[in-house]
Design a protein around this ligand. Sequence first.
Ligand code: PLV
Length: 321
Amino acid sequence: MSDSDTFHINTPLLESLELSKRAGTTVFLKMDNGQPSGSFKIRGIGHLCQKIAGPESRGVVSASGGNAGMATAYVAKKLSIPATIIVPSSTPQLVIQKLKGLGATVQVVGKVWDEANTEALQLAKSKSLTFVPPFDHPLLWQGHASIIREIKASLPCKPGAVVVAVGGGGLLCGVVVGLKEVGWNDVPVIAMETQGANCLNAAIKAGKPVTLADITSEAKTLGAKTVCMQAFEYSKEGNIISEVVTDLEALQSVELFLDDERVLVEMACGAALAAVYSGVIQRLQDQGRLPRPLRPVVVVVCGGSGINLSQLQHLQNKLRV
Ligand code: PLV
């Protein structure tokens, strides 16, 4: 796929002095919070919609914790087709307003993403709409792989590790596809989740994909109950290191990142940043699972639209009782 004629932008890859100091190794930030829809999701969803939602489409429907919905609504607007986004009740009002602002029809169904998804699939069938999956589709992974192509084009050397947050595993699959494509197959991927949204970690422990009973984490956009099969399959290849942090660690990472880089991101992204702020990278080095010294680490700053000052205060009050 050519990276020209796409909906996403080539985001900056910034060397962070503050995060490098904390990690004890050079850290680069792939600033996908700057994408037009507010997160990396536009890469995969833009690519998928270009392939399967032409002007003849009667409209698109997606179920989303918020950010896949933002990307779908953004792309639909550009393609001049209607978008219906089904979100679970855990989705912040601010995201619902942003979705409506993009012209989407929004329906709130169920408590978690999985329930919203069942409704979206039904609606796609009954109304003959094009279904846009948020994480489980090869076209999404191909689109997300552009992150690695861009990193390859601007990083002076092969990275020591790439850090991603994992919800349903679409970003993880895209990063693995990209690494294979550019010949960086042996680069470890640190796959970060929060407790209570840890479907990949649970699958690896069980030796097969498992369905979590509930999503108890406040990182709601990581809240898929079951990881996609391809992410689980990649985890068996040996280069994926699965790590779980607490909600409080994700929140602290959001706060520290705001101070260090003056950028406000969602809890989902805080989970990835916790690889640096909670000392995960240094612990993995102590355990011999990553080398010391380590080549530069790239953190995918996945972003997210579900955060503003009052949502941050809400999370601070909730998690620091
Ligand atoms: N969010 C999905 C799934 O939610 C959504 O519908 O928006 N970082 C951010 C900011 C995200 O929004 C997501 C996914 C991820 C990371 C994880 O990406 P994934 O699902 O491809 O692993 C339930």
